[in-house]
Design a protein around this ligand. Sequence first.
Ligand code: GLC
Length: 649
Amino acid sequence: MDHFSLYQRVNTACAKNKLDIGGADITFHTRFIANAAAIRALYTESYGYHDRSELLFDELLQTIIDAYIQRPAALQQRDTEKEKKDNWFLSNEITGMSLYVDRFCGRLSDLPGKLDHFTKLGVNLLHLMPLFQSPAGESDGGYAVSDFRQVDKRFGSLQDLIGLQQKMQSEDLYLMLDIVLNHTSHQHAWAVKAKAGDPVYQDYFYMYDNRTLPNRYEQAMPDIFPESSPGSFTYVQECDKWVMTVFHHYQWDLNYTNPAVFNAMLDTVLFYANLGVDILRIDAPAFIWKQLGTSCQNLPGAHTLLRLIKQCVQVAAPGVALLGEAIVAPAEIMKYFGTGSFTGQECDLAYNATQMALQWDALATGDIRVMLAAQPELLQKPFGSSWITYTRCHDDIGLGYDDSMIAAAGYDSYAHRRFLKEYYSGTYPGSPARGALFSVNPKTQDARISGSLASLCGLENAVEKNDPAEIALSIRKILLMQAQSFFIGGIPMLFYGDEAGYTNDYSYLNDPAKSYDNRWMHRPRIDWQKNARVDLKESVEERIFSATRQLIAIRKKMPVVADLANITWLTPHNIHIAGFLRTYGTQKLYCLFNFSNKPAYLTWYAFKEHKGAFTKLYDHWGQERHTIGPDHEYFVMEPYSFCLLEAVD
Ligand code: GLC
């Protein structure tokens, strides 16, 4: 379709909806026209072949217009303010926290009463873990959604969510929610109709009469949960068919080769946008496009759909940033920011899962060379996009970086990964970590790691031994890990409980709905009496909380920490010290992290490699001044210490 006819089609759709494209709705119309060609091209790439393609394209245009019409004025106003900031999410002033509302405080209506916890800490973005209806016992922590528009009763109501968002907005807090795009619960209305034999809804999923195609698919598809849910298909007795279930057997994969599925899910994306979501976390985007004979992950078709979603969101709700939760190999993750003419036009944010895992690697080995080997790849991130940086989240830690990165540090990749797994599951002699292996694949012995930040850093072990020196050491490790995530560029996302040193919670073992999934060991139930100890001087909770607060405060006052493609890694003068330089205008901040259990030495020359004549460094963390010495003398870092050194005259 040529551009003229396309623009006419957009104009006709606007006119049908009585939009005033020369007046009140001119900005929306301009955005629509600006993105129309991309929307059309991406749509055609995915659905051009489909017999109902044109009809459903008109439906898609209407979905965008409906969302715009329904977008509350306050959110439109917020869109305008964000647009003025130009990529508002790159700011150093944003720090987030992920939490389960029920485990944090009970219900949505209880959360407004807890907002001071965040304000006190300096957190101004909340990622509320899935809130929409999800069957108890078959919920995957809410990632098996049976109704995308109904808040699950155990959290409250949609009205509670809207009320909370309004309160948050009035207090300048940002909101992040999930859209579970890849699958629905088997109890979602579409799945229920498919089970009942409705062919229209069977086409919303990948359903097969027998095992022929499922077998062929499975030859190339890796298992995601090999222990609790092996294979990628589940037999559905009600209709005597096999359905694709990449994750758990109760999570049915949506069939995005069907444009009706895309339109329905885009409508949901825009529904969430209009609830006032600032960042929409797209769950498991790597999986949304399937193709026989492939791993069904990271396929070009998935990127086309994400780009299409991005273009549509930009038209209807331009203030909403998209976060792609793709926990994939370093080279693959970069593609989620868009490539070619769509560079910077796909997901605005992605998790820096590689860096997260590499921090755990460095903490166990005391050697930062694997981390360093990964940086050339990670620095490919396009300007204008950003990371979510983190040490822990609700999921496991996957050692998903490349073997070549391990080899570059001189290690054998198999033995190295085995060491890390043993170290963090506590089976390595002398390891203070208390974690567990998650999803061990019996065929490949691949495994990921579960455990809370504090337990993996040795706090659980140290508290049990009642050993003050070990407690102090584990707190140093916790802060080292957090500090690196806070200053490396991107939005730091704390995981609730970590700010107060919560260790593993083993009560999940007594709950049959959770006992098969040890990720629950690091999803704590907040004990507000324990949390009150953040005010008790010298308690473990207070030491961690106030240090975390201080880190956030330092970050907030330093524009040099905003994610503006302004990071340079230092040459490895010492294999224990991970160091990078952040620059902005004339401001320079050296961020140094000693991952070793021994003091580490850095020659003063390390500070002379980069342009700029300065003679002193001010450590914002240690609050002391250092004078740069002669090249052959040393700056000494204590075990597991870090410093945030600003170049000053
Ligand atoms: C994402 C979620 C994870 C969930 C999976 C399936 O990876 O973070 O918790 O199990 O998607 O929805």
